[in-house]
Write a protein that binds this ligand. Sequence first.
Ligand SMILES: NC(=O)c1ccc[n+]([C@@H]2O[C@H](COP(=O)([O-])OP(=O)(O)OC[C@H]3O[C@@H](n4cnc5c(N)ncnc54)[C@H](OP(=O)(O)O)[C@@H]3O)[C@@H](O)[C@H]2O)c1
Length: 168
Amino acid sequence: MDLQLNGKTALVTGASMGIGRAIAKGLAAEGVRLCIAARRRNLLEDLSKEIAAAGGPAPVLAVVDVMEEDAPQRLTATALHGLGQIDILVNCAGGSRPPVAIDAPEEEWSHAMTLNFIRVRQVTHAVLPGMIERQWGRVINITGKSEPERLIAATPAKAAVHAWAKGL
Ligand SMILES: NC(=O)c1ccc[n+]([C@@H]2O[C@H](COP(=O)([O-])OP(=O)(O)OC[C@H]3O[C@@H](n4cnc5c(N)ncnc54)[C@H](OP(=O)(O)O)[C@@H]3O)[C@@H](O)[C@H]2O)c1
């Protein structure tokens, strides 16, 4: 399929496995130059080799733990250095832990909120000025369902992404 993305650039977070990895491969197959980000370098290197073997452009690797305070700036700087500009941002890094009890430590809630919302917002806000300047950009947020059967700390964080993204 030609999605008319050939020559575009994309930063994909959470690209070492799962949904982010599949998105990265799909974009690379469309001729998009990628910066792929996650903590596990070995998995990013495997993906990079796979993309190159399929004839795609070799991705820029960003090995980063987004929970670290300065991660959004470092991640964006690495992507911009390697790609020149970021046309497409795919916010996929995130995850959910098992349901929590009502007396779960505050850390559970703050971890889920930082990983699934705060870093998504910060990375996006760091990338947006370039998109606005060029009058072209796409931000894709991978979130989750809004009707949890149990108390899951990631759910309100994903809901925060929905509300923030609508405002954006
Ligand atoms: N699978 C589902 O059923 C489902 C349902 C609803 C929502 N989602 C959402 O979809 C997204 C992807 O899910 P998935 O199932 O593909 O998950 P996954 O297979 O666990 O992949 C999560 C990705 O995020 C990265 N990541 C996690 N914590 C990170 C951190 N602190 N710093 C940097 N990267 C980090 C992981 O890379 P490293 O571990 O290498 O850092 C990995 O690449 C997540 O946001 C998830 O909440 C998934």
